[in-house]
Ligand binder design. Structure first.
Ligand code: DGL
Length: 264
């Protein structure tokens, strides 16, 4: 495998672009491939079997295009499918992601942490194990957020509907004294500007995109697979057809780019 081969990154939709941005910032020499499974979004309300089947197909698609590593830029897909992907592709560097319980438990001063994530992530055994391991004495309040992912998919980051939903999700957490909010879904970092309008300034917002980029750097470095560059332009595919992703890329990725349809 050549170090100049691309890194394959995917999510149920556009949320993983928040992770892709962190990877671009930390590893600018890496060529990036991105699949948005927007034809099947949201994963948060789907069964683990369904999500595993999608992840198998997308991983195969990215590997056929020469990916030297995969990043599952989706908390929900990670809990459902990362173990199976690692079994199917032994030796391949695969980075998954999980809500940042450990840093949040270290950061809270009130002892109350809120987790905003999908239903699928919050009810998974992997998340329960994460709490057992890292929550300690901290009270962790979980809040599923149906509807938010759809707002981000449409690029409606400051829309009244997104505001009303987000407000209804964070208000009860704030009332319980939560001073640290974990953004446990990769779509939610795009709602930070709106969230900042809704929560007091001292409430800390924590997500894991930068940690994922560091972990990718570590795994590639261990295998001598860090690219020397220059990177090829990032390539994008969407399973809902190219138009919707192409429309939101200037906002969520910071520049326009060509998008192709995903044939699976
Ligand atoms: N972006 C995904 C995550 O990190 C899930 C969104 C969805 O429900 O599809 O969990």
């Amino acid at each position: 495998m050549s170090s100049e081969a691309p890194v394959g990154v995917f999510d149920s939709g556009v949320g993983g672009l928040s992770v892709l941005g962190e990877i671009r910032a930390r590893l600018p020499n890496e060529s990036l491939l991105y699949v948005a499974d927007s034809g099947h979004v949201p994963y948060g309300e789907k069964s683990p079997d369904y999500i595993r089947a999608r992840c198998r197909q997308i991983a195969d698609f990215l590997l056929e295009r020469g990916a030297k590593a995969l990043v599952v830029a989706c908390n929900t897909a990670t809990v459902a499918a990362v173990a199976e992907l690692r079994e199917r592709h032994p030796g391949l560097p695969i980075v998954g992601m999980e809500p940042a319980v450990k840093p949040a438990a270290a950061a809270t001063r009130s002892g109350v942490v809120g987790v905003l994530a999908t239903t699928g992530t919050l009810k998974s055994a992997k998340f329960a194990a994460l709490l057992d391991r890292f929550a300690g004495d901290v009270r962790v309040l979980t809040q599923p957020c149906p509807g938010l992912v759809e707002c981000v998919e449409q690029g409606a980051l400051l829309a009244p509907q997104a505001r009303a939903l987000l407000e209804s999700y964070v208000r009860p957490l704030l009332a319980e004294g939560c001073d640290t909010l974990i953004l446990g879904c990769t779509h939610y970092p795009f709602l930070k500007p709106l969230l900042r309008q809704l929560v007091p300034v001292e409430v800390e917002l924590i997500d894991t995109g930068a940690a994922v980029a560091r972990q990718l750097e570590r795994l590639l470095g261990e295998r001598d697979l860090l690219a020397q560059g220059p990177a090829q332009p990032a390539r994008f595919w969407s399973s809902s057809g190219p138009a919707a992703l192409a429309r939101v890329l200037p906002v969520l990725w910071g520049e326009p780019a060509a998008v192709a349809g995903l044939g699976c």
